[in-house]
Design a protein around this ligand. Structure first.
Ligand SMILES: [Zn+2]
Length: 193
């Protein structure tokens, strides 16, 4: 039997983290990444996308760990522990982590790799050209001349924009230039501290 077949049997053809039944694939735990059933889990597309950072992490999705952390399969428990650890800045995840007891050998295994996942919150931050986070009410300056489409003027490099507002798009802010409220690309701005 292939690893995939073994895992399909073990998991009853469900994602071993969230129980979804769609688009299941084998995920071998780093750092070993050995393609054996003992070192791999079967996970769905959603879980896979977030673990591999193809998609931003939706923290709500991971409440599924509430169930899967009690799996009788060691590798699933290890993965649940790693995910909870990565999310442990949120109190619900820390609470679950506190409840999840692993025997010393598994604990060592779990700690041998840390997942680097980006949660929504961090991902949604609006950053200026220096990577400083911009917040509503901040003052910024333009770091290059910008043509303001529709308004018929060029906002000059060095223009100060006070009291900015954030938008739904983390890459954009709104501010008033020459008395006109316009959308500016955060990457072309510098926060004035
Ligand atoms: Zn899943």
């Amino acid at each position: 039997m292939t690893t995939e077949q073994t895992l399909l049997q073990r998991s009853h053809s469900k994602c071993e983290l969230c129980s979804a039944e769609d688009k299941l694939s084998v995920y071998s735990l780093p750092p070993e990444e050995q393609d054996t059933a003992e070192q791999s889990i079967l996970i769905c597309n959603t879980c896979h996308g977030q673990i591999s950072q193809t998609n931003p992490v939706d923290e709500n999705h991971w409440h599924c760990l509430n169930d899967s952390m009690w799996s009788t399969v060691p590798v699933v428990q290890v993965m649940a522990w790693r995910l909870l650890k990565a999310l442990s800045s949120s109190s619900w995840a820390q609470d679950l982590l506190d409840m999840l007891y692993l025997d010393p050998e598994m604990q060592t295994w779990a700690e041998s790799h840390s997942l680097n996942i980006v949660t929504d919150e961090e991902n949604d931050a609006t950053l200026d050209s220096n990577g400083s986070q911009l917040l509503a009410g901040d003052t910024v300056t333009l770091i290059k001349d910008l043509d303001v489409k529709g308004a018929g003027f060029t906002a000059k490099r060095g223009t100060v924009v006070k009291n900015i507002a954030l938008t739904d798009n983390p890459k954009h802010i709104e501010g008033r230039v020459n008395g006109v409220r316009i959308v500016l690309v955060a990457n072309f701005l510098k926060k004035v501290i």
